[in-house]
Design a binder for this molecule. Structure first.
Ligand code: ARG
Ligand code: ZN
Length: 889
């Protein structure tokens, strides 16, 4: 069944309060749910109450304390009839947490109880109006065996705890804020916490806890520090204070997503909580900080103001991703160091382009605010999250930080405690800034990646420079096409660079004097010309500075112009962008030649441009590393009219080898210069040095004779005092082994396993590195993956482990996955079908790795279609069916 945004109707009943009592037993947990309900004065009339319920066993129903026979349990819930206007309903039901492999609802992981309710998991715990516009006050009583479950947690404040007969105990929690059911949580088990007490902005004392299994206690400091930094940042940037006396984070190793913002009781995938130098890389540290921030920021943007319905998901996710991106950028460099902040921006844009643009180009393309869905879990997407964050960022680009803050203040003033829509947010931003943002709604309703073509004309006699911008969607996916109704309001930031490499002060026609060197042009028509006056010489345009809108810019720079921008642009983002354009252009040309089996060659001037970045010690190491990584194979394949992963791989490898060979001495020098001694520090500066040094090692591993890389990597592996260096050394050895033979990496690979056997997150890396390694003619990675599937440490039931091996291969090793014989696709089909029976959400994610099948070469396309059809004929879940049916449609 398709759910449509246009069909939204208010609930017929409202729930004011809920008292939940749990008797927690893994095999059969009994839940007693006592609700105060009343008819919704604005809801549709009708006598019956339709409660949602799934995988529940109904035990009893009572109305105002009296057994009530007029009810009927069915596949989707419980219908109760003959009800007064206001009443108390008590429902007792049972569920089976130990059997719950979906990881939605109440489940057991490593012997402890956890819940995941967003989006529709609460209905797997009890019968309820499980929709975000029904907000209630919750009281939760947990009862369980004390020895097995010494810790009992739920949302809000602990109000009572004590002993019960038979070695059992109980805890009672009250959440003072009303909330939708998707924010409910409980945790019970053998856990320990680190604690901090801090004073929030207004001076109130707050208890902060990070709960983990006992052996992980030494990996909680960074999450705690990140939480404290998040609290401080939200106070400083948005004036938003923690509203509870107590805030808890709990780590669980079996988790479908990254983390969950349950009120006062955030539940996290261990991957985004646990970090210490020995087990976590710099990237892991940054991810923990970002996700802790993200979930904490949801407390206001998501929890205090929530979504009216799930079509509004980006209301909380786009906004909260934007907030976490700004937080991370500020933690990189303080809120003023633009070059440091740009590092975060570059990483975010790179991910957006690689994954969200791809989503927009396929059968799952949807607007930031989708119009329909079959399974809402399939819409926790790059579009809703990352493109949604770009949409929020555009308000800030249009109105500035202060204007954005004014809009946020008005949003909270108007809607605190409510369940609202994306329109409500847009109107708050518009009203606070005295603007009409009607046209801006199209960013929420139109799918597809907009393109802006740029034409420029310099008139030396008049000293005028005209920039003509044209917006269009190119030849986009049909799913996107049908949503498009008209031009967007595109904030297009631009600068002009003179021959001396300096920014030109900008004066638009009609202005009396020049102001600033970056201007945000507002493109509102299909085509518009902006004319700059007083321009002394033909400038070079720096377009879409800091990526001011989620669009593709079409402009024909020459290679020399790109090299100039790479050397001079004052906008750090565009400096990086120039290098990427240069590399992308060369790589696509190389790919075409590789596809036609023609010889490959790379111009010396391109090598020289990269050499300048590599040796420019005035640039930060973090920036240089980002500039020297070539665009990914997936991104490049996506740029082709017909994706050819093998040719892309050959081209990219050729360029990597060429840069490695031509700049061997420089890479070696950079390796030495940026190798630090002394204790590990997770600071942005130290992280940048490690990143650049390890990139140098990776390039050296590409040499035909990688002796240097093998020697350096082995030494680095043995001496490493942190996971960043150890993992990079192992990755370099695996890369070198492609030419030097598998024996080059085997000792380190074996040592890595033994050393970290008891650290699941590190063993995930061990699986992932092997699944992502390069193959060769006599060594197919599908065979390596096949063997690893039988490894005793592999299990399909743990999503992190499944992702580390299967997803790493299917989505991060395109050249091997898209092998011509279709072996990758057969493997994919088998795993999607196996996962479908266990965990539909994870299965549906994997299913998506073939959705762009129509864009590949004919031979691959045909094999992908066969695999998709095989899956379509066998899967059971709504989740996977939606994905494969849309792909085949
Ligand atoms: N709200 C969570 C976050 O972004 C994501 C939870 C999504 N879970 C799901 N099963 N769809 O922080
Ligand atoms: Zn979120």
């Amino acid at each position: 069944a398709v759910i449509r945004r246009a069909d939204y109707a208010q609930p017929a009943f409202l729930i004011d309060s809920v008292a939940l009592e749990f008797d927690l037993v893994p095999e059969r947990t009994i839940v007693k749910n006592t609700m105060r309900l009343r008819r919704n004065p604005d809801g549709a009339p009708g006598a019956r109450l339709e409660l949602m319920g799934e995988a529940l066993e109904l035990v009893s129903v009572a109305l105002n304390g009296v057994p009530h026979a007029e009810h009927r349990a069915h596949e989707h819930g419980l219908t109760v009839e003959n009800l007064p206007d206001a009443f108390e309903l008590t429902i007792v039901s049972a569920c089976q947490p130990a059997e719950n492999t979906t990881l939605s609802g109440l489940y057991v992981s490593s012997g402890n109880f956890f819940t995941q309710c967003e989006a529709e998991g609460f209905r797997r715990i009890t019968y309820f109006l499980d929709r975000p516009d029904v907000m209630a006050i919750y009281t939760v009583t947990l009862r369980a065996d004390k020895a097995a479950y010494p810790v009992l947690l739920s949302n809000g404040n602990l109000v009572e705890e004590g002993e019960l007969p038979d070695g059992r105990h109980f805890a009672k929690w009250e959440d003072p804020f009303k909330k939708p059911s998707y924010l409910f949580a409980l945790v019970a088990g053998k856990l320990v916490a680190i604690e901090e007490r801090i004073r929030s902005g207004s001076g109130k004392e707050k208890l902060l806890q990070v709960w983990v299994e006992p052996h992980d206690l030494d990996k909680t400091r960074h999450a705690m520090d990140s939480l404290i930094n998040s609290i401080r940042w939200d106070e400083a940037r948005f004036g938003l204070e923690l509203d509870l006396d107590r805030f808890m984070i709990v780590a669980v190793s079996d988790f479908n997503m990254g983390a969950m913002e349950n009120k006062g009781l955030n539940i996290f995938n261990t991957k985004y909580v646990l970090a210490n130098p020995e087990t976590a890389t710099d990237t892991d540290f940054a991810n923990v900080e970002a996700v802790v921030g993200h979930e904490y920021f949801h407390n206001w943007t998501g929890n205090r103001i929530t979504c009216r319905d799930w079509f509004q998901l980006s209301l909380k996710e786009g906004l909260t991703v934007f907030r976490d991106q700004e937080f991370s950028a500020d933690m990189q460099g303080g809120d003023t160091d633009e070059a440091a902040r740009a590092v975060k921006r570059i990483e975010d844009v790179r991910a957006l382009r690689q994954f969200q643009f791809a989503e927009d180009a396929g059968p799952m393309a949807h607007p930031v605010r989708p119009e329909s869905y079959v399974e809402i879990n399939n819409f926790y997407t790059m579009t809703v999250y990352e493109k949604g964050a770009e949409v929020v960022r555009m308000y800030q680009t249009l109105f500035g930080r202060d204007g954005f803050r004014r809009g946020m203040d008005l949003y909270f003033k108007r809607h605190d405690g409510q369940a609202v829509t994306c329109d409500d947010f847009r109107l708050a931003l518009a009203d606070a800034n005295g603007r009409d943002l009607t046209q801006f709604e199209r960013w929420y309703s139109q799918a597809g990646t907009p393109r802006v073509s740029v034409r420029t004309a310099y008139d030396s006699a008049q000293r005028r420079y005209a920039v003509t911008l044209t917006q269009h969607y190119g030849d986009c996916a049909p799913a996107a096409r049908e949503t498009q109704t008209g031009p967007l309001l595109i904030p297009f930031a631009l600068g002009l660079i003179g021959r001396d490499g300096r920014d030109v002060p900008l004066r638009l026609e009609g202005e009396t004097q020049a102001a600033g060197t970056t201007r945000v042009l507002e493109l509102t028509e299909a085509e518009q010309t902006f004319t700059f006056v007083d321009v002394a010489e033909a400038p070079l345009p720096s377009l879409l500075r800091n990526f001011s809108a989620p669009v593709v810019v079409e402009y024909d720079y020459t290679n020399d112009e790109l090299a100039f921008l790479l050397a001079h642009d004052s906008d750090p983002f565009n400096r990086w962008e120039a290098g990427q354009r240069l590399a992308t252009r060369e790589l696509l040309a190389l790919t075409a030649r590789a596809a036609a089996s023609e010889p490959l060659s790379l111009d010396d001037s391109v090598v020289a441009a990269f050499a300048r970045v590599l040796t420019d010690e005035s640039l930060s190491p973090a920036f240089r590393e980002l500039a020297l990584i070539l665009p990914s194979e997936a991104y490049l394949a996506e740029q082709m009219a017909e994706s050819n992963p093998a040719a892309v791989h050959a081209a990219r490898q050729f360029m990597r080898k060429r840069l490695a060979t031509a700049l061997r001495a420089e890479w070696l020098a950079v390796y030495e210069r940026h190798t630090a001694s002394g204790p590990y520090e997770p600071t942005p500066k130290a992280t940048g040095h490690r990143a650049l040094k390890n990139l140098a090692l990776a390039y050296l591993a590409e040499l035909d004779d990688p002796v240097d890389a093998i020697r350096l990597a082995n030494a680095q592996y043995d001496a490493a005092n942190n996971m960043t260096d150890r993992a990079a050394a192992l990755a370099a050895l695996l890369a070198a082994a492609t030419t030097a033979g598998a024996a080059a990496a085997q000792p380190a690979l074996d040592d890595f396993y033994r050393r970290f056997e008891n650290e699941p997150l590190v063993i995930d890396k061990w699986f992932a590195m092997q699944a992502m390694q390069r193959g060769s003619l006599d060594r197919r990675i599908i065979d390596v993956v096949g063997k690893l599937m039988a490894h005793p440490a592999f299990t399909l039931r743990n999503p992190n482990r499944a992702r580390s091996l299967i997803f790493s291969f299917c989505t991060h090793n395109p050249a091997q996955f898209h092998a011509e014989d279709g072996s990758g696709y057969a493997f994919w089909a088998e795993q999607v079908i196996a996962l479908d029976a266990l965990n539909p959400q994870v299965a549906a994610r994997l299913a998506r790795s073939l959705e762009l099948w129509r864009r590949y070469t004919p031979a691959l396309r045909e094999r992908m279609r066969e695999a998709l059809e095989r899956v379509a004929s066998q899967v059971k879940s709504r989740d996977v069916r939606e994905v494969v049916e849309k792909a085949l449609a």
